[in-house]
Design a protein around this ligand. Structure first.
Ligand code: NAP
Length: 289
C-alpha cells in the first residue's frame, strides 16, 4: 500500500519546534527578524510573500516587508539590500524571485550578506553545500530531506534519481542526497535513457516543471516518489507526477498540494532562526537541516 507523506503535518511539527525556540529567545529579550523584498506584483509571488509573512507571525518572529514597484532599478534594490545587510536588527534577507527582466538575479543574490542568506542561493552558501561545510541550504531541497527523514525513509546506499538540474531544486537536492550517502543520478532534458534510469530509482524526486509528466508505470514497485512540481489550472493544482497512477506502486508519495510545498516555508523559518544564532555566536549556529 502506498503511504502518503503529509507535508502539512510535518511542516507543522517543524514550525512548532521553531516556535518554541523563538519563544525562548524572546524571553531572553532576543528578537529575530526576517526582511522580505518583493519587486512588482507577480500574483504567485504575492501569495508566497504573504505566506512567508504569515509564517513569521505564526512562530513569533518579526518580519519586515518591502513591496517595491515594478520599475524599481537594480541599483535601488541593491542599495536596499546593503542597508539591510548593515542592520543588526535584521537577521535574514529574502528577495522573492523571479525579479523583473531588467534586474539581474545573480547580481542581486550576490549582494546579500551570506550570513543573512536564508534562501541559501548565495554562491558562498552553494559552495559550502558542495564541499560539505555548514551553511544555509536552499529551502525546498532541505525540506525534502526533512520529509524523508521524518517519514522514516532511509537514504543510505539508495539509488536516488532526480529529474531536473535547476540551481534551486535539482542541484542542491543532489548534494543533499549525496551527503546522506545515497547513490545519486541527475536527469535533465538531454538525458537519453531516462526510462531505464527511472526503473532503477528507489528514491525519485520530480522537479521537471511539467504537469503530470510522470506516470506510475515508469517506476518499479516500492519507489519513494517526491513531487516538487506545482501547476495551477482551471481544474486546481497538480504536480509533476500523475498521483493516482502511482497508487499501489510507490511505497511513499508526496501529494500536490500538501507535500513539498508547505516544507519550503518551514525551512525558511528554520534558516532564519539559525541565522540569528550564528550572528550571535549561539551554539545552534552550526546546525544544518
Ligand atoms: P526549472 O528551472 O524549469 O528546471 C526544470 C528541469 O527539468 C531542468 O533541469 C530541465 O532540463 C528539466 N526538463 C525540462 N523538461 C524536460 C524533459 N522533457 N525531459 C527531461 N528533463 C526535462 O524548474 P525548477 O525551478 O527546478 O522547478 C521545478 C518544478 O518545481 C516547477 O513546477 C516549480 O514550480 C516547482 N517548485 C516547487 C517548489 C515548492 O516549494 N514546492 C519550489 C521550487 C520549485 P535542462 O536543465 O536540460 O533544461
Amino acid at each position: 500500500m502506498t503511504k502518503i507523506i503529509d507535508g502539512k503535518a510535518i511542516s507543522m511539527q517543524i514550525k512548532e519546534e521553531i516556535k518554541k525556540e523563538a519563544a525562548s529567545l524572546k524571553e531572553q529579550g532576543k528578537n529575530v527578524t526576517l526582511a522580505v523584498i518583493q519587486v512588482g506584483d507577480n500574483p504567485a509571488s504575492c501569495v508566497y510573500v504573504r505566506n512567508k509573512k504569515k509564517g513569521c507571525e505564526y512562530i513569533g518572529i518579526g518580519s519586515l516587508s518591502y513591496e517595491l514597484k515594478e520599475e524599481t532599478t537594480q541599483e535601488e534594490l541593491l542599495s536596499l539590500i546593503r542597508e539591510l545587510n548593515a542592520r543588526e536588527d535584521v537577521n535574514g534577507i529574502l528577495v522573492q524571485l523571479p525579479l523583473p527582466a531588467h534586474i539581474d538575479e545573480d547580481t542581486v543574490i550576490r549582494e546579500i550578506d551570506p550570513k543573512k542568506d536564508v534562501d541559501g542561493f548565495h554562491p558562498q552558501s552553494v559552495g559550502a553545500l558542495c564541499i560539505g561545510q555548514p551553511g544555509f541550504v536552499s529551502c525546498t531541497p532541505a525540506g525534502i530531506i526533512e520529509l524523508l527523514k521524518r517519514s522514516g525513509v532511509s537514504l543510505e546506499g539508495k539509488e536516488c534519481v532526480i529529474l531536473g538540474r535547476s540551481n534551486i531544486v535539482g542541484k542542491p537536492m543532489a548534494r543533499l542526497l549525496l551527503a546522506e550517502n545515497g547513490t545519486v543520478t541527475v536527469c535533465h532534458s538531454r538525458t537519453s535513457n531516462m526510462d531505464e534510469i527511472l526503473q532503477e530509482a528507489e528514491i525519485f524526486v520530480a522537479a521537471v516543471g511539467r504537469p503530470k509528466f510522470f506516470h506510475g508505470s515508469q517506476f518499479r514497485e516500492g519507489t519513494v516518489i517526491i513531487d516538487v512540481g506545482i501547476h495551477r489550472d482551471e481544474n486546481g493544482i497538480c504536480g509533476d507526477v500523475d498521483f493516482e497512477s502511482c497508487q499501489g506502486i510507490a511505497s511513499y508519495i508526496t501529494p500536490v498540494p500538501g507535500g513539498v510545498g508547505p516544507m519550503t516555508i518551514a525551512m525558511l523559518l528554520y534558516n532564519t532562526l539559525r541565522a540569528y544564532e550564528h550572528q550571535h555566536g549561539l551554539s545552534g549556529g552550526e546546525k544544518r537541516a
